[in-house]
Design a binder for this molecule. Structure first.
Ligand SMILES: *Cc1c(COP(=O)(O)O)cnc(C)c1O
Length: 393
């Protein structure tokens, strides 16, 4: 790409481009597991790192590399590491930065499996954890121990839409010489660039906004510096949670319309949030674009827009939530988010149904909480569907 300084939408279309023998306008799918060496010396040079030739797709592949360069460019990072899923990106980071006796300070309102894998798997290997509210900086400071090797957060948080102050968290992390890792899935680099605010590593479920079409599961890790990239890359390659070239092609295709999709969904989301805020069956709503959001000012500061994710509480709790889920017609009743289609889910009966009542309360997941991911359909149609579904509650 000609200019690294080009605007976001230009970079989302062109970053990562490769020159191939035929002048292909898109990055070809190098659907191969392995690469021929020219001779024994060339093979040796590839392994020693003297040559940057490709060896084996688990270690690197031109189609995957192109996507890694594109996302790293959009996040203003040093380099990207594509993974088979968002959870593969998260577990790679855990494995690279934690170990027996080490400790993680993490948000208590997180993507469920990011916490679940810590409590059920990493704990068996002696990793210690503190799940606290990272929107409260005092709690973060108090939770740090001499053994703490990373701070991990998600903002806006899943599904409570709580916003953590990334600049302040990065300062706390750096006072202790440990990295701040941010799950940027809810925003994508179009709306929030944690590395610019001081974070060290960003993880993504590219299943969501970056791919955007609900047809691929994929992840990405972007490091701000070579130091962290070098800690992470071999862990991914040795675990074998690499991306497949075809998967990389698909995500790269989706990525090219990221900003357009978000602009459109965000415009609708603002109208929908205002509609829900004044609806008599809605107890409260959290959306970063509403002045009623407790961290509205912080959202304005650290995000480039409020996005298209919102949570609201139905009066009447669990039964109301279930009834609304059973009544939507256009909006898909499904987990996941960030696609072209609007999706709705009810954490108490779905994603967080296995979490104990105490833990749900602690993470602010109430019985009537509904999460909505606004798609790019006509806003009038989304509003009509919400209206008829709420009428049945
Ligand atoms: C979906 C999601 C993940 C996990 O990603 P997968 O691609 O499903 O493995 C992690 N974090 C957040 C915030 C998510 O929404």
């Amino acid at each position: 790409m000609k200019s690294e300084k080009a605007g976001f939408m230009t970079r989302q279309v062109h970053a990562g481009e490769v020159e191939d023998a035929f002048g292909s306008a898109t990055v070809p799918i190098y659907q191969t597991s392995t690469f021929k060496f020219k001779n024994a010396d060339h093979g040796a040079a590839c392994f020693s790192g003297e040559s940057d030739g490709y060896i084996y797709t688990r270690l690197g592949n031109p189609t995957i590399d192109a996507l890694e360069r594109a996302v790293a460019n959009l996040e203003n990072g040093f380099a990207g590491i594509a993974t088979s899923s968002g959870m593969a990106a998260i577990t790679t980071v855990y494995l690279a930065f934690l170990g027996a006796g080490k400790h993680i300070v993490s948000h208590n309102s997180l993507y469920g499996p990011a916490r679940g894998v810590m409590e059920t798997v990493f704990s068996r290997f002696g990793v210690q954890y503190s799940y606290i509210d990272t929107t409260d900086l005092d709690q973060v400071r108090r939770a740090i121990r001499p053994e703490t090797t990373m701070i991990y957060t998600e903002t806006p948080a899943n599904p409570t839409i709580g916003i953590s102050d990334l600049k302040a968290l990065a300062e706390i992390a750096h006072e202790h010489n440990i990295p701040l890792v941010v799950d940027n899935t809810f925003c994508s680099p179009y709306l929030q660039r944690p590395l610019d605010l001081g974070a060290d590593v960003v993880v993504h479920s590219m299943t969501k906004f970056l791919n955007g079409h609900a047809d691929i599961v994929a992840g990405m890790i972007v490091s701000a510096s070579e130091k962290y990239h070098k800690m992470l890359k071999p862990v991914m390659a040795n675990m074998g949670c690499n991306m497949d070239p075809h998967q990389a092609y698909m995500v790269h295709r989706g990525l090219k319309t990221l900003g357009l999709r978000i602009e459109r969904a965000q415009q609708s989301a603002q109208k929908i949030a205002e509609f829900l805020e004044s609806h008599p069956k809605v107890a409260w709503i959290k959306y970063p674009g509403l002045k009623s959001h407790p961290q509205y000012a912080l959202a304005q500061q650290q995000m480039h827009g409020p996005g298209s994710m919102m949570s609201f509480e139905l009066k009447g709790g669990l039964e109301s939530g279930k009834r609304m889920m059973d009544s939507v017609e256009l909006i898909l009743l499904a987990v996941s988010l960030g696609g072209v289609e609007s999706l709705i889910q009810h954490p108490a009966s779905m994603t967080h149904s296995k979490i104990s009542h105490e833990k749900k309360i602690e993470a602010n997941i109430t019985d009537g909480l509904v999460r909505l991911s606004v798609g790019i359909e006509d806003v009038e149609d989304i509003l009509a569907d919400l209206t008829q579904a709420l009428d049945k509650v």
